[in-house]
Design a protein around this ligand. Structure first.
Ligand code: GLC
Length: 573
């Protein structure tokens, strides 16, 4: 390919020892594609207006047909549902509204029967304040479980001021005063989610037991909730000042303090290595751990260990803040390749149950959504697709005062005139907006439920944006995902190859191009982020066009290729 010069030296497939030295395939989790199901919103099997496990089981054929290989389920454990499952009351039981332990086993079997894998969510950092451990812990200062959570006396006079200046992840002090025992307990997130004390060996043992239990039930991987908050500094010293008003996906400092003593503690990195040893010791096929952590790629790779002996994967949320422009996307891929070079392995995440839907950031533009899907499914790394992304399900504005999300309740004081512009820059204080029921068809509730009323309403455009409608339209976002998932699965270069960014040379700045290199064949990916057509030279004429976001693309390229606005293509080499 001339005109698009190489930035990195030619990569031989053999430079990646894990992939090709012994002619071995990489472990499955390195080449898999993950689809996140938010159980409450996916499919309602019993008509109570809330999604559940039997409902999900009934939709597994859809997911298998779509071509995703691994499902990640947000928590389904017993919980008061104050944070919809991220507040666990019993780690070994299943919330009645989602099903039973038997349903979990059936789900695991049904997923495996389709040749797919399943990942459970582990909320290690905290429990619900209704967990029996916390009830015991708060009962008295001398309770045997007092030390299972983080209790401290307040500052003088009278202990009525929090023990130090630490802020929670949502701003404001993370300390909560307990009248009965006149001490404060620490919660990294919301007050009803008290943090466990991992310096207590009994806590650690119990929670490692929880991890082991769900792996033995059959989870192929675990997603670790706010893993970066696990260990707090023993000194309980104040956090230093920072000029940053808000934390962001790529920097946890904010609310005018550095998170020095509360986030990314060295003991958390050490714990990641301990968890890795545990997970690797479970008999059977390899399992993986993916951490929810926040920071720059360079900061986050510390969770993976110096010798790839920590978490297998971490979410890289910088993707969420990357502008839809060629130079920005190119810089992102470059940074990820640099910081997560082999043997580390990156992730590509464009949405989840906490963040505005990806298509919202793209101006609800189907063409842009297809191009981003092409990036996500052709770059080197594990893609995490959030349910509904594959049909371009929109974000739906819900006023803070109507929010069911506890974060919306926490920010109810924020006036609408302020919430609106914040939403525009991607800050949504009401996570209901991205958690609306999956739209399956144009029937009542978008086919999600037969109930009169569902826990959140169907999105307003469900009559046209739904699975059934997009199945009928060969040019839909859904078909674009299906085609991409299929070609990724069939093409070793795409699921197991190395990545070389191709320089612009004479090419336009808004085209991002890279080569995926593998001993069993290489491919080039070209992504046009411009609003108009661009022509790029692609070397020899006649290269097969393996994929285009545009269904009317020609089967072969000439010596040059005309890419239309938002077109992404995969060319054989
Ligand atoms: C994570 C979850 C989020 C939850 C929070 C507290 O960020 O993704 O949904 O509210 O942790 O567990």
């Amino acid at each position: 390919m001339h005109g698009i010069a190489r930035v990195h030296p030619a990569g031989e497939a053999s430079r990646d020892p894990r992939l090709t030295k012994l002619g071995e395939e990489p472990p499955w989790w390195r080449s898999t594609t993950v689809y996140q199901v938010y159980p409450r919103s996916f499919a309602d099997g019993n008509g109570d207006g809330i999604g559940d496990l039997p409902g999900l089981i009934g939709r597994l054929d859809y997911l298998a047909d779509l071509g995703v290989e691994t499902l990640w389920l947000s928590p389904f454990y017993d919980s008061p549902q104050a944070d919809f499952g991220y507040d666990i009351r019993d780690h070994f039981d299943v919330a009645a509204e989602y099903g039973s332990r038997g349903d979990v086993r059936r789900l695991v079997d049904e997923v495996h029967a389709r040749g797919m894998k399943i990942v459970f969510d582990m909320v290690l950092n905290h429990t619900s304040d209704e967990h029996p451990w916390f009830r015991e812990s708060r009962a008295s200062r001398t309770s045997p479980r007092r030390d299972w959570y983080l209790w401290r006396e307040g500052r003088r006079p009278g202990g009525k001021a929090p023990p130090n200046n630490w802020k929670s992840m949502l701003g404001g002090t993370g300390w909560h005063y307990d009248e009965r025992t006149r001490e404060w307990y620490w919660a990294s997130f919301l007050g009803f989610q008290p943090d466990l004390n991992y310096r207590n060996p009994d806590v650690k043992r119990e929670m490692l037991g929880v991890v082991r239990h769900w792996l033995e039930v059959g989870a192929d991987g675990l997603r670790l909730d706010i893993f970066n908050a696990l260990f707090k500094d023993e000194s309980f010293a104040d956090n230093p000042f920072s000029a940053r008003p808000f934390p962001s996906e790529d920097n946890p400092d904010g609310f005018f303090q550095r998170s020095k003593h509360t986030i990314d503690h060295p003991d958390t990195f050490a714990f990641a290595r301990e968890l890795r040893v545990l997970v690797d010791s479970i008999p059977g096929p390899p399992r993986f751990l993916v951490g929810e952590v926040f920071g720059s790629p360079r900061a986050l790779r510390r969770y993976c260990g110096d010798r790839d002996d920590g978490l297998h994967l971490v979410f890289l949320f910088k993707t969420l803040r990357t502008a839809y422009r060629g130079p920005a996307v190119r810089a992102l891929v470059e940074e990820i390749e640099r910081e997560f070079a082999e043997p580390l392995h990156p992730t590509y995440v464009f949405g989840n149950h906490d963040r505005p839907r990806s298509i919202h950031r793209l101006g609800d533009h189907a063409g842009r959504a297809k191009l981003m899907a092409t990036l996500q499914l052709t770059a080197r790394g594990v893609p995490f697709i959030y349910y509904g992304e594959e049909i371009g399900m929109p974000q739906h504005t819900i006023a803070l005062e109507h929010g069911k999300d506890p974060v919306a309740a926490r920010f109810r004081f924020v006036p609408d005139w302020l919430a609106r512009p914040l939403r525009k820059i991607g800050i949504s204080m009401n996570r209901d907006e991205c958690r609306l029921p999956m739209a399956w068809d144009d029937g009542p509730n978008g086919g999600f439920s037969t109930a009169e009323e569902t826990w959140l309403p169907a999105h307003p455009l469900y009559e046209s944006i739904n699975v059934a409608a997009e199945r009928r339209d060969p040019d839909s976002i859904l078909h674009c995902y299906r085609r991409l998932l299929a070609i990724r699965r069939e093409t070793p270069a795409l699921h197991a190859g190395s990545l070389e960014l191709l320089g612009h040379g004479r090419g336009p700045a808004d085209v991002v191009a890279y080569r995926r290199v593998h001993s069993r064949g290489s491919v080039d990916v070209l992504l046009n982020f411009a609003d108009g057509d661009v022509t790029v030279p692609v070397g020899a004429a006649g290269r097969a066009m393996l994929f285009s976001t545009h269904v009317d693309a020609p089967p072969r390229a000439g010596r040059t290729l005309r890419l239309r606005a938002h077109e992404g293509v995969i060319l054989a080499r």
